[in-house]
Design a protein around this ligand. Structure first.
Ligand SMILES: Cc1cc2nc3c(=O)[nH]c(=O)nc-3n(C[C@H](O)[C@H](O)[C@H](O)COP(=O)(O)O)c2cc1C
Ligand code: SF4
Length: 465
C-alpha cells in the first residue's frame, strides 16, 4: 500500500500502473497550479526548454509513444511529418472531443489534473514550433472547459504561457474552444473545419493531412489529451526508460475504460500489453455479473470490431505463432489488430449472455446514423439504412434476407467514404454479422421469408405494423 490516500477509498488495483492518473481521486489533491507544482509540476517543462526542440521529438520517438485517440499512430513520427523549411505558422490542437462511445478517460484528466495536460501541451508546442495551440473540447464538458480556462490563466500568470515563456524567446498561447457536441468533431479534419468556424465536414486525405495542410491550411499537429500528457512523462524519465514500460512496440501505460457487464466497470491505467482480456475482466474488473457468461467484447470503443467469446485468434509470427481464445488476448495495439479488431480509444465494452446481439447492434447503429455528417452518400444513407434494418430486427419485423442486405450495406460503406467514420459505422455491423449471424437471423421473422421488406408500407401490408 502506498502513502497516497484516495477519496473514494479505493486503492488502484495491483495490476494498475498509474502515471497519467496518478493524482486522480487522490486525497489532498486539487486542480490548482500550487498543488501541481508542489508535486513537481512544470519541472519537466523547465528541463524541456533547455533542450533543442528536435531532441524532444527524438525522445518521443525513442519512447515509442502511440496516439491514444484511436488510430495508435506513433506520435513522434507524426510530428516528423511537419514540412521542413516551413514558413507558415504551425498549430497544435489537443483533441478533447472524447466522443467515441465507451471512452471516458480524457474528461477525468481534464477535471482532476488539468495542469498535466497544459504542461504536456507546452512541451509539445515547443517541440513542434507552435506558438498557438487550441484545446478543442466537446460541448458536453462545460465544467472541463472552465477548469482548463482557469488552469491556462494560472499558467500564464507564472509565465509558463504567454510571451517569452520562462524567459526564453518562445511565445505561446493556448485557447480553449468548445465544440457543439457532434461525434464527427473528434475526427481531426472535421475538428479543424469546426475550429475554423465552419460545418465540421471532414476533409479528404490526401491532400489535407493536418501536418501538411491543417488549420487555416497551415501545418498542424492534432493529438489526443492522453497522448499529450504522456509526452511530459517521457521527458521526465527519458524516452529509453519510458519504452521499457509496456511491451515492445506497445510502450507506456494507457487508460482502459471498461464498461458493460462486469462487476467493477471504470477506468484502469495499465502498462500496455501487461494484461490479457481475462485478467482485465476477471481480475481487475472483478469478473462478470453473477451467473453470467461472456458473450462478446468490443475492445477499443464502439467502432472496433467485436470479438466473440468462443472464437479463436491467430497471433504471433513464425515460431511465435499460436492460436488463442478471447481470454488470452493481450490488451495491446498489435495483438488486438492481429485478432481482427483494434485497441482504438481504450474503451472496452463487455457484453454478457443476457444481451441480445440485435439490441446491441441496433444501439450502435442508432448512434452512427445520428452522427454521420452527411457529406458522403454511402455513409449518410447507409448508416440510416443499417439503423432501420436493426430497428426492424429488435421490433420483430425483419425478414431473414434483411441480414444479407444489412451486410451488403455495411460493405458498401466501408472504404468508400471521405473519412474513417465510414469504417467506424460499418465495422460493428460487418463483425456482428460475421460472428453472430445465427443469432441475428433467429431474431428475424420467418413469416417474412422471401419477401423484400424495405419500407413501412410493405410492413403495414403484411400486417406487421
Ligand atoms: C469519427 C472519428 C471520431 C474521432 N473522435 C476522436 C475523439 O473524440 N478524440 C480523439 O482524440 N480522437 C478522435 N478521433 C481520432 C482523430 O481523428 C485523430 O486521429 C486523433 O485525435 C489523433 O490523436 P493521437 O494521434 O494522439 O491519437 C476520431 C476519429 C474519427 C474517424
Ligand atoms: S464518412 Fe460519414 S462522417 Fe465522414 S465525411 Fe463522409 S458522411 Fe461525413
Amino acid at each position: 500500500m502506498s502513502d497516497v490516500k484516495y477519496i473514494s477509498g479505493k486503492e488502484p488495483h495491483p495490476k494498475e500502473r498509474r502515471m497519467i492518473f496518478k493524482n486522480v481521486d487522490r486525497e489532498g489533491w486539487d486542480q490548482s497550479i500550487e498543488t501541481y507544482e508542489k508535486d513537481g509540476g512544470y519541472e519537466v517543462l523547465k528541463k524541456a526548454m533547455k533542450m533543442a526542440p528536435g531532441d524532444i521529438t527524438t525522445e518521443v520517438k525513442t519512447g515509442g509513444l502511440r496516439g491514444r485517440g484511436g488510430a495508435g499512430f506513433p506520435t513522434g513520427v507524426k510530428w516528423g511529418f511537419l514540412p521542413p523549411n516551413n514558413t507558415k505558422p504551425v498549430y497544435l490542437i489537443c483533441n478533447a472531443d472524447e466522443s467515441e462511445p465507451g471512452t471516458f478517460k480524457d474528461r477525468y484528466i481534464i477535471h482532476q489534473d488539468p495542469h498535466q495536460l497544459i504542461e504536456g501541451m507546452i512541451i509539445s508546442c515547443f517541440a513542434v514550433g507552435a506558438k498557438l495551440a487550441y484545446i478543442y473540447i466537446r460541448e458536453e464538458f462545460p465544467e472541463g472547459a472552465q477548469i482548463l480556462e482557469a488552469a491556462i490563466e494560472e499558467a500564464r500568470a507564472k509565465n509558463y504561457l504567454g510571451d517569452n515563456v520562462l524567459g526564453s524567446d518562445f511565445d505561446l498561447e493556448i485557447y480553449v474552444h468548445r465544440g457543439a457536441g457532434a461525434y464527427i468533431c473528434g475526427e481531426e479534419t472535421g475538428l479543424i473545419e469546426s475550429l475554423e468556424g465552419k460545418r465540421p465536414y471532414p476533409r479528404i486525405k490526401p491532400p489535407y493531412f493536418p501536418a501538411a495542410m491543417g488549420l487555416y491550411l497551415c501545418p498542424t499537429i492534432v493529438n489526443n489529451v492522453e497522448t499529450l500528457c504522456h509526452v511530459g512523462h517521457i521527458l521526465r524519465i527519458g524516452g529509453e526508460e519510458w519504452a521499457k514500460i509496456g511491451t515492445p512496440n506497445n510502450t507506456g501505460t494507457r487508460i482502459l475504460c471498461v464498461s458493460g457487464d462486469v462487476q467493477k466497470p471504470g477506468y484502469y491505467e495499465v502498462e500496455v500489453g501487461s494484461l490479457t482480456m481475462g485478467e482485465l475482466i476477471n481480475d481487475v474488473c472483478g469478473g462478470l455479473k453473477e451467473g453470467r457468461e461472456l458473450k462478446a467484447v468490443i475492445p477499443g470503443g464502439s467502432s472496433a470490431k467485436v470479438l466473440r467469446a468462443g472464437e479463436t485468434f491467430k497471433v504471433g509470427r513464425g515460431d511465435d505463432a499460436k492460436e488463442i481464445d478471447i481470454w488470452n488476448i493481450k490488451m495491446d495495439f498489435d495483438t488486438l489488430a492481429a485478432c481482427g479488431s483494434m485497441a482504438g480509444s481504450g474503451g472496452v465494452i463487455v457484453i454478457d449472455d443476457s444481451r441480445s446481439i440485435s439490441w446491441v447492434l441496433n444501439n450502435i447503429n442508432a448512434f452512427y446514423a445520428h452522427e454521420s455528417c452527411g457529406q458522403c452518400t454511402p455513409c449518410r444513407e447507409g448508416s440510416l439504412w443499417m439503423k432501420k434494418i436493426t430497428d426492424r430486427l429488435v421490433g420483430g419485423t425483419a425478414s431473414p434476407t434483411d441480414i444479407d442486405t444489412l451486410y451488403d450495406v455495411a460493405k458498401n460503406i466501408d472504404g468508400r467514404t471521405i473519412c474513417a467514420f465510414g469504417e467506424a459505422s460499418a465495422w460493428p455491423t460487418e463483425s456482428f454479422i460475421e460472428k453472430f449471424k445465427d443469432e441475428l437471423v433467429a431474431d428475424t421473422n420467418p413469416e417474412l421469408a422471401g419477401e423484400k421488406v424495405n419500407n413501412e408500407a410493405q410492413l403495414a401490408a403484411a400486417g406487421l405494423l
